[in-house]
Ligand binder design. Structure first.
Ligand SMILES: [Zn+2]
Length: 165
């Protein structure tokens, strides 16, 4: 049984591979991710990327604000404009830590594939846009701490080390 990996697991620093086979294995991975995100108690997780459960494939899931469950395969996003988001974010690989990342965009367009391989495009803004940027970073092996200014990053790592004990 898989579990959500915690910082600083090496898979969290590893870039994921493009999904080429839209098969039952991929559907199982997605199912397992939904099972894990729903099983966490006391933390509200909005998104989860495959490498957070040790699967190095470009797939992530997002629980939208209206409750819709979305699965994104091979996602690519771009910013619609220069507006920056002011949303607090967190990560299931460092639960109970929250902070603002100043470089996130407020309005984005995301292109991805469904589990079937069918392509689709969606717009996201605010907290959902931030979530998508956070999850896409995961797939590139970029942890949210890496997006923080050096001193903040150091502070967060120290905080996390103490919390883990
Ligand atoms: Zn995360």
């Amino acid at each position: 049984m898989r579990e959500i990996l915690q910082y600083p697991h090496v898979d969290l620093m590893t870039s994921c591979k493009e999904v080429k086979e839209f098969d039952s294995e991929l559907r199982e991975i997605s199912k397992e991710m939904w099972r894990l995100i729903s099983s966490i108690e006391g933390v509200s997780g909005m998104g989860l990327a495959a490498n957070q459960i040790g699967v190095l494939k470009r797939i992530f899931i997002v629980k939208c604000l209206d409750g819709t469950q979305m699965t994104f395969v091979n996602p690519i996003w771009e910013a619609d404009d220069d507006e920056r988001a002011l949303e607090e974010e967190g990560c299931l690989s460092t639960p109970h830590l929250y902070d603002f990342i100043s470089t996130r965009y407020q309005n984005i367009t995301l292109k991805a594939q469904h589990l079937s391989g069918a392509k689709f495009e969606v717009s996201a803004y605010g907290v959902e846009a931030v979530c998508v940027q956070h999850e896409c970073d995961h797939l590139d092996g970029v942890f949210w701490f890496d997006r923080m200014p050096k001193n903040v990053r150091k502070h967060m790592i120290n905080k996390w080390e103490k919390m883990k004990k």
